[in-house]
Design a protein around this ligand. Structure first.
Ligand code: SF4
Length: 111
């Protein structure tokens, strides 16, 4: 198995500091998500990310004060009504939100 030459060229250009062209990006967006090429791109992206961040990471906390199912229904999103992750989400009260924020701060999360 071989990774498509054009994909390798685009990734190589990115490693050299070039920004992919609109044509390159359109080509990449047509790649099947479970293909060898997609795996190659994801691996390169992870590697570039680690280089840029010097292998450091931050842990962020996010408190959903008034989350609710979203009628836009983007298939990848946990908030999409069709995914049924959030079906009944009453608004958090002030004390609950404050407690959660303090707990996250104690656990060294960033906001
Ligand atoms: S990404 Fe999620 S929250 Fe945003 S519009 Fe799509 S379904 Fe709604």
């Amino acid at each position: 198995m071989k990774v498509e030459a054009r994909v390798k060229d685009v990734v190589s250009k990115v490693y050299d500091g070039e920004i992919p062209t609109a044509t390159d990006i359109r080509h990449l967006l047509k790649i099947e998500p479970h293909s060898l090429e997609a795996g190659f791109i994801l691996s390169a992206a992870d590697n570039l990310n680690r280089i840029a961040s010097q292998n450091q990471a931050e842990v962020h906390a996010q408190i959903g004060i008034n989350c609710a199912p979203c009628s836009r229904n983007c298939s990848f999103c946990a908030f999409a009504a069709r995914n049924k992750v959030f079906q009944d989400c009453p608004e958090l009260g002030f004390e609950t939100a404050l407690h959660m924020a303090r707990k996250s701060q104690t656990n060294a999360h960033n906001f």
